[in-house]
Design a protein around this ligand. Sequence first.
Ligand code: AHR
Length: 334
Amino acid sequence: MIKKQILSYTVFLVSLCLAGCFYRPNAQRSSLVTPTESNLIVVGYAQVGAESDWRVANTQSFKSTFTEENGFELIFIDAQQKPENQIKALRNFIQQEVDYIVLAPIVESGWDSVLKEVKEAGIPLILSDRMVNVEDDSLYVSWVGGNFVKEGEDSVEWLHNYLKEIGRDKEIINIVEMQGTLGSTAEIGRTEGIEKKIAEYPNFRLLEKQTGDFVQSMGQEVMEGFLKKYDDIDVLIAQNDNMAFGAIDAIEAAGLVPGKDIIIISIDAVKAALEEIVAGRINASIECNPLHGPRVAEIIRKLEAGEPVEKKIYVNEEIFDIKNAAERLPTREY
Ligand code: AHR
């Protein structure tokens, strides 16, 4: 184990040395530094929170990648889904003179001032998972994440194909939609994709949409509300798995069978969702891959080596349903 760690650290350092030197973008730091244990690359990560299984897997991906063995010191901040905590975290990272800042923005708006401060401090900022809505895109170096619009579109396209398979494609289909955190890129993109596709099928009716903030307990509450209001719901599209888990509890409490009386489609495809697919309570889950730690480390490696980095990096994602969930469960990482 120790040998393996030494080997991976050595490989990382050698790849940096091959690039010529260790570049520190912060002007107050020396531009040529010898990589010793006390001179690790310091990365501040302002994380959204711990609102879902996806988020927990994402945090774990960063913590297991940005280790001392790999040449990093990680300063991890859980913003508890409060944008003001993320802004505070960024200002603290500036004060601590970190080498890189990674931000998974809770919402897209409100970033111009603090990102200008980060840029003025000479700290490269990498966006992970979600986007920011800023006038000047030089305020961030790179973004890596999922294609949220496509995830939304895929959920409705899957429904259309499934209804065809079961001979219900000519029926009027009543859909309720559970959105994630309003104003987040994941919610904005998925809502856009879902609604664009619903509009393409004349037999699909969107009864109502409401936010469950990506949280299981809120998913349950929102579904309870939908069930009180409508007695003809055919489909729930939940913008993440955890809200679907909450909705399943509400549907069962109302005496209905999730996955049968109400078709359930969710987004993320975490391990527990694949288990729900096998159990028949979720019909499909559209993957949103959370394993961004190594992807961000690769961006940093390129920056350290003076190599160009892509401005936007989209991650490939799959669709899971009863046809592939069981076979993929044993090797599912999150
Ligand atoms: O931004 C990605 C979304 O955030 C995931 O779908 C959700 O589970 C998380 O909270």
